[in-house]
Design a protein around this ligand. Structure first.
Ligand SMILES: Cc1cc2nc3c(=O)[nH]c(=O)nc-3n(C[C@H](O)[C@H](O)[C@H](O)COP(=O)(O)OP(=O)(O)OC[C@H]3O[C@@H](n4cnc5c(N)ncnc54)[C@H](O)[C@@H]3O)c2cc1C
Length: 402
């Protein structure tokens, strides 16, 4: 594995940097800096999506024929690293990252033409309706029922923890279309074309940090056309599993970890240590910062190895579970250091300080305004996209043969 960037990759990195200098305005960077959840403030995210789409860069993992960049794995990593380092807003990208690749693989020509260009352009925003109360890790037990009525399915039931259901305009979801067989064999994958469809309602779930990102969604005789089913009826489990590969393995973790640890360093350079000097020079704190840094570097080596494998056409397999575990746990360790660095100055509840354009004095130092919200919100990182216990089960079975 050659870790040095080739001259072509260096030229690509410089091209990305020049683009970011020219197009990523301070207001968008502010939106990126103030994000403490999985996506930035929606208006800023959409604006950034459109800017990227205009340049042809909104879908880094997609093939050119569907409006993607056609970049290789190294280019995608460079792009993620460069954009994260300068606080580009995190786009709410379940269309780009999850349902888009599914439609490419299982969709009809009509479905591809209807959805893919709109997702790339940022004109269609999807949320994911998989989990239900009682059906998270044990997803195949899901109960939301879809019954055929003429050319429609009529859906009844509920989904929970639906990220961004309140800002999305479309939803992809798993529904039960047969009950008399093995649970996995009675599930279908359907799209809902409007979150304003009669009978569909969205109830907010506010996080400990005061953020509204997740929801419970209720279906009361919601109709969606049979033509909106992706793949055959009762074959939704195969479609769902294909999508999960993208949810768990699609993104590099370390660009975000590098950016987060840099935030903590910024706080520690400003904060006083007990006694004298700055916290960054205090031995105990500096040691733990170095430990987190080493964890990131170790993970980065694995990630680069995976990229190298992918570019040779090899599937990373259970390594993506290992990366999910290490990535989420390292993120939580960094969040912990950020809060510790601020001590009680992390605690004041000032959600208004995270709104774009806010310029009033705050009790929390400016560099630490997201520290506690990140700490709270990222507790979920070891739960969503398949909990870390489930990832450990996968490693136990696939790698250790237990
Ligand atoms: C912030 C956030 C955003 C989310 N966004 C979405 C979304 O957009 N769309 C969506 O569909 N879902 C979403 N989820 C749901 C997420 O996928 C589930 O929460 C997750 O799969 C766990 O399921 P559960 O909550 O039902 O917990 P359970 O499955 O009930 O698990 C409870 C505990 O038991 C452990 N456990 C369960 N089974 C096993 C086992 N076999 N072996 C060992 N331990 C086990 C789990 O690890 C966990 O610690 C989100 C969740 C969160 C927290």
């Amino acid at each position: 594995m050659d870790l040095d960037l080739s001259p072509q990759d260096q030229a690509f990195r410089d091209e990305v940097r020049a683009f970011l200098d020219a197009h990523l305005g301070e207001d968008l960077r502010e939106a990126g800096r103030k994000t403490a959840g999985v996506f930035a403030e929606m208006e800023a995210g959409r604006r950034w999506h459109k800017i990227l789409a205009k340049r042809g860069w909104s879908a880094p993992t997609w093939p050119v024929e569907h409006g993607g960049t056609g970049w290789n794995a190294t280019q995608r990593y460079i792009f993620a690293r460069e954009t994260t380092a300068v606080d580009a807003p995190r786009i709410f990208a379940m269309g780009l990252r999850m349902v888009g690749p599914v439609i490419m693989k299982f969709g009809t020509p009509e479905q591809k033409a209807k959805y893919l260009p709109a997702i790339v352009a940022g004109d269609m925003v999807f949320c994911q309706g998989y989990s239900e109360p009682g059906s998270g890790s044990d997803l195949a037990s899901l109960k939301t029922r879809a019954v055929r009525d003429g050319d429609d399915y009529v859906i009844n039931g509920t989904k929970i923890w639906t990220t961004g259901a309140h800002v999305a305009d479309h939803m992809f979801c798993l529904v039960r279309t047969a009950t008399e067989r093995k649970p996995q064999d009675g599930i279908s994958f359907v799209l809902i074309d409007s979150m304003d469809t009669p009978g569909l309602s969205v109830k907010p779930i506010v996080t400990l940090a005061g953020d509204h990102e997740v929801n419970q969604v209720f279906f009361d005789n919601v109709r969606t056309p049979v033509a909106n089913r992706i793949g055959p009826e009762n074959a939704g489990w195969t479609v769902a599993k294909y999508l999960l590969e993208f949810e768990r393995g699609g993104d590099a973790y370390t660009p975000n970890l590098h950016a987060r640890i840099e935030d903590v360093r910024r706080i520690a350079r400003e904060e006083a240590a007990d006694g004298s000097g700055r916290l960054i020079e205090e031995r105990g704190f500096a040691e733990r910062l170095a430990e987190a840094d080493l964890a990131i570097q170790a993970l980065e080596m694995i990630e680069l190895q995976v990229l190298s494998d992918l570019s040779k056409g090899r599937n990373p397999g259970a390594v993506s579970s290992q990366m999910k575990i290490r990535g989420s746990e390292t993120l939580q360790a960094i969040d912990h250091l950020g809060v510790e660095a601020l001590a009680w100055y992390a605690a004041p509840f000032e959600p208004e300080a995270r709104t774009i354009g806010h310029n009033q004095p705050t009790v929390v130092p400016e560099a630490g305004i997201t520290a506690l919200p990140l700490y709270f919100n990222n507790r979920a990182a070891t739960i969503y996209a398949g909990s870390n216990e489930i990832q450990r089960n996968i490693i136990a079975k696939a790698v250790m043969g237990l």
